[in-house]
Ligand binder design. Structure first.
Ligand code: 5RP
Length: 218
């Protein structure tokens, strides 16, 4: 099965997590877009959605789902999003699409976070995927030096500005064996908005589409 087919399969499986009347937190990326296509074809009627990016806001508008402001809806029941890497403890690397900060905010503001991936995203130890770090522009070089001090090899994502007007450093070579510790260390650097490690707020459930069907973690 192709990766795009697996994304559709896991998107379809995620529908069973969603109830009509919910205000749903919605992540960013091609798996989430597949999920929104499946949702549009289902009989589930959301009350609305909180979006993690401009791209998702556009997709929600196309799908006819009302986009709501997180400030006006309080705690969300459910957040659905993809990931770039997932380990067996449901810890994630996210931010390949650059939406990590809003994604982390909505994940943290949600009672349940269901992550949807195809099996290519599953790893034993996080870190093959370069870790995205969102940085305030004036702190780019300073944060870069601090990341080198942590053993990383940061690279500026070329020509990219986040929805928050910031930059992304993609960091290779970090030791992520203790993702909770490194997530805190990176987030403590002045100028870092957040990093793409989701270890302090892992997914509550991961749905993984593979050749053998859907596997669940959590
Ligand atoms: C965006 C993300 C995405 O969830 C991640 O990049 C996975 O994307 P896709 O579903 O297209 O593979 O973190 O910031």
């Amino acid at each position: 099965m192709s990766q795009s087919r697996l994304k559709i399969e896991v998107a379809r499986a995620a529908l069973s997590e969603v109830d009509s009347g919910m205000v749903l937190g919605v992540g960013t990326g091609s798996t989430v877009n597949a999920f929104l296509d499946e949702l549009a074809g289902s009989d589930i009627q959301l009350k609305g959605a909180v979006s993690s990016s401009r791209a998702t806001t556009e997709k929600l508008a196309e799908t006819g789902i009302e986009v709501m402001d997180l400030n006006h809806v309080g705690e969300l029941e459910l957040y659905i999003d993809g990931a770039d890497e997932v380990d067996e403890h449901r810890r994630l690397i996210k931010g390949g699409g650059g939406a990590l900060t809003r994604e982390k905010i909505i994940a943290s503001a949600s009672r349940r976070f269901v992550c949807i991936v195809d099996e290519s995203k599953c790893v034993k130890v996080l870190g093959d995927f370069a870790l995205p770090v969102e940085v305030v522009p004036m702190a780019r070089a300073f944060v870069g030096r601090k990341l080198v001090g942590l053993g990383g090899r940061p690279e500026l994502r070329d020509g990219f500005e986040t929805d928050n007007g910031n930059l992304i450093l993609d960091v290779r070579n970090l030791d992520l064996l203790d993702p909770l510790k490194i997530e805190s260390e990176i987030n403590q650097i002045p100028g870092v908005v957040t990093c793409g490690l989701f270890a302090r707020r892992p997914a509550d459930r991961v749905l993984i589409a593979g050749e053998a069907g859907i596997r669940r973690l959590g």
